[in-house]
Design a protein around this ligand. Structure first.
Ligand code: ASP
Length: 420
C-alpha cells in the first residue's frame, strides 16, 4: 500500500474513484444508452464482489467483536449508546427535512401532471413494528444468509458472540481466535475487492447517466433541491456538530478518512453494498476498534438511515403540498414519528426509501391514484437523491462509531488523516 505522504495524488484510491465518476458521467452523457451494455457489467461485477463478502464479513466481524466485549453490562452499555445515537441523529435529520419543506414549500402550486413517471417496484417491507421484530429472529439461518436478511444475521451473530463469551477458558479462547482470524481474512479479501472500486464505479455511473440522462431531472427541480438542501445541512452542519460536541473529533479529518465509503455509497446507492468498505475505513483509517465498529456499523447500515428518514418526512410533506392538503401540527408529528420507524424498516438497497414512503403516507391518510402518480414521478427522478441520501446514511453510521469509540476511551480515533 502507498503511503499518503509519498504517493502521487492520482495513485490514491479516493481520487481514482472521483476520476472514475467524472469519466462515467462524460461517457454516459456522450454515448447515452448504447454504452450501457458495454460498460454496465463492470458495475454489476463490482456489486457482486461486494455482496459476496457481506455475509461472512458481517458474521465474523460481529462474533469476534461481541465475544471480545463479553455479554452483560459492557454489551448493554454499548447497545444503549448505539441506539441512543441512532435515534438522536435520525430525529435531527427529520427535523432538518421538516424545516426545509416548510421553508421552501416545493409542492405548493407545483404541476406534476405530464412529468415522467416510473412504475413502483415491489420491495418487501415489514408492514408493522411487530412484523419488523419477528423478521429479526431467523427461522432458518441458511435461508436468512441466502436472502440476505441482515437484521436476522446480526441478531444471531450477537447471540453467538455472547454465548462464546460465556464459555470456559479453553473453548472460548479457541473460538475467539478462530472468529478473529476468519475476520482478518475477510478484511483482507475486502481490501482486495476495494482495489477494484474505480472500474466498478466507472461502470455504475456510466449506467446511471447513460440510461436516464440528466433531462428527466428538470421538472421536479425544486423538490429535488429541497431534499438536497436538507441532506446537505445534515451532512455538513448537524453531523459535524455531533462529532465535535459528542466526540471531540475534528470533522475534517473524519470526512477525509471516510472518502472511499462515501464515494462508494454515492455510486452504489446501497448502504448494504457499501458496508464492507465502511467497515474497512472505520477500522483502518478512522481507527475505531473492531469491538465497537462491528457492533455499530452492520446494525447502523440497516437501522440508522438519517438520509432516508429526512427523505420520508420531506417527501410526504411535499406530496401533501402538491395535493393541497394542509397537515396540522399533530399530523406533522405523526409524519415525523412514522418517518423514523419507516427509515428503520427500510432495506439498505437502492430506492428502498421511496418504496417505504407509502407507510408514512398511510399514517396521515394520503392514498389513492393521485398519490401513486406523484410517487411514480418522484421515483423517475429518485436516483440522484437516493445516491445522496445513501451518502448521508453511511456517514451517520461512521460518525456514530467514532463518537461511541471516543466515549469508550479510544483515544486513537481520527487523530490523523490515514494513508491509503
Ligand atoms: N438506498 C438507501 C440506502 O441503501 C436507502 C434509501 O433508499 O433511502 O441507504
Amino acid at each position: 500500500m502507498e503511503n499518503s505522504d509519498t504517493a502521487p495524488w492520482y495513485k490514491r484510491l479516493h481520487w481514482q474513484i472521483l476520476i472514475a465518476m467524472a469519466l462515467g458521467t462524460v461517457v454516459g452523457l456522450i454515448w447515452g444508452e448504447q454504452v450501457v451494455p458495454k460498460v454496465g457489467w463492470l458495475g454489476t461485477l463490482f456489486i457482486r464482489l461486494l455482496k459476496m463478502v457481506i455475509v461472512p464479513l458481517i458474521v465474523t466481524s460481529i462474533v469476534s467483536g461481541v465475544s471480545a466485549v463479553g455479554g452483560g453490562r459492557s454489551l448493554g452499555r454499548l447497545f444503549s449508546k448505539t441506539m441512543g445515537y441512532y435515534v438522536l441523529s435520525s430525529a435531527l435529520a427529520i427535523l432538518a427535512g421538516l424545516a426545509m419543506v416548510n421553508l421552501i414549500k416545493p409542492g405548493v402550486g407545483a404541476n406534476i401532471a405530464g412529468t415522467e413517471t416510473a412504475t413502483i417496484p415491489e420491495l418487501s417491507t415489514p408492514s408493522s413494528p411487530v412484523d419488523l421484530l419477528l423478521d429479526i429472529v431467523p427461522e432458518n439461518l441458511v435461508a436468512a444468509a441466502a436472502k440476505p436478511n441482515m437484521l436476522a444475521m446480526i441478531f444471531f451473530s450477537i447471540l453467538l458472540g455472547i454465548s462464546i463469551a460465556g464459555l470456559p477458558d479453553r473453548p472460548r479462547e479457541f473460538l475467539v481466535e478462530l472468529f478473529d482470524s476468519a475476520f482478518q481474512a475477510m478484511m483482507r479479501l475486502t481490501s482486495g475487492v476495494i482495489r477494484f472500486a474505480p472500474l466498478g464505479v466507472f461502470g455504475l455511473i456510466t449506467r446511471v447517466v447513460g440510461a436516464s440522462g440528466l433531462e428527466s431531472f428538470r421538472a421536479l427541480g425544486l423538490y429535488m433541491a429541497t431534499i438536497a438542501f436538507g441532506l446537505t445541512f445534515h451532512l455538513l452542519v448537524t453531523l459535524p456538530l455531533l462529532l465535535l460536541l459528542l466526540g471531540r473529533i475534528n470533522p475534517r479529518i473524519h470526512f477525509r478518512n471516510m472518502a472511499e465509503p462515501l464515494a462508494m455509497a454515492f455510486s452504489t446507492s446501497s448502504s448494504g453494498a457499501t458496508l464492507p468498505v465502511t467497515l474497512n475505513a472505520v477500522e483502518n483509517k478512522v481507527g475505531v476498534s473492531n469491538r465497537i465498529s462491528s457492533f455499530v456499523l452492520p446494525m447502523g447500515a440497516t437501522v440508522n438511515m438519517d438520509g432516508t428518514a429526512l427523505y420520508e418526512c420531506a417527501g410526504v410533506l411535499f406530496i401533501a403540498q402538491v395535493m393541497g392538503v394542509d397537515l396540522s401540527i399533530g399530523q406533522q408529528a405523526v409524519v415525523v414519528l412514522t418517518a423514523l420507524l419507516a427509515s428503520i424498516g427500510a432495506a439498505a438497497v437502492p430506492s428502498a426509501g421511496l418504496v417505504i414512503i407509502f407507510i408514512v403516507l398511510e399514517a396521515v391518510n394520503l392514498r389513492g391514484p393521485e398519490v401513486e402518480v406523484l410517487v411514480g414521478a418522484m421515483l423517475a427522478v429518485d436516483r440522484p437523491l437516493d445516491m445522496y441520501r445513501t451518502v448521508v446514511n453511511v456517514f451517520s453510521d461512521s460518525c456514530g462509531a467514532a463518537i461511541i469509540a471516543r466515549s469508550e476511551g479510544e483515544t486513537g480515533v481520527d487523530t490523523t488523516v490515514a494513508a491509503d
